[in-house]
Ligand binder design. Structure first.
Ligand code: ATP
Ligand code: MG
Length: 137
């Protein structure tokens, strides 16, 4: 049983598709261990995406992630990390396979609807970034 971190980004929250996206996870057999809607601070967003701090798109990414509330969830199930990435689709929605979350709900590589941990190791770090252990059932 794996756990992974999902973020529904500000573009998808603004579009009122939180429920539709969470339903995709449930329909694929993942369980929502915990979920909450929060407003990230600039400091939060910079720390969360620190691996990208030297990339040219870093500032735009941070500004986008704080442009409105996000929904952070811990998803749980067999192969949760890979399964979530599969459901999300490619980073650029133009390249995302039909039926994936990004193909169906995202507009651009900047506003791409969801984040998902890219490895089990990063999933642990990202879950701890947002949740106390006692919050995760
Ligand atoms: P995420 O980490 O948000 O789940 P990802 O793992 O598919 O997305 P990363 O390579 O980790 O993609 O990039 C993090 C985010 O930075 C992307 O979701 C995207 O919004 C933005 N990004 C990545 N590459 C580019 C790019 N070439 N131009 C603009 N924005 C980009
Ligand atoms: Mg990533």
């Amino acid at each position: 049983m794996e756990q992974t971190l999902s973020i529904i980004k500000p573009d998808a929250v603004a579009k009122n598709v939180i429920g539709k996206i969470l339903t995709r996870f449930e329909d694929a057999g993942l369980r929502i261990a915990v979920t909450k809607k929060i407003q990230l601070s600039r400091e939060d967003a910079k720390a969360f995406y620190a691996v990208h701090k030297d990339r040219p798109f870093f500032n735009d990414l941070v500004e986008f992630m704080i442009s409105g509330p996000v929904v952070v969830s811990v998803l749980e199930g067999d192969n949760a990390v890979a399964k979530n990435r599969e459901l999300m689709g490619a980073t650029n929605p133009k390249d995302a396979q039909k039926g994936t979350i990004r193909a169906d709900f995202a507009e651009s590589i900047d506003a791409n609807a969801v984040h998902g941990s890219d490895s089990l190791e990063n999933a642990k770090i990202e879950i701890e970034f947002f949740f106390a252990q006692r919050e995760i059932v």
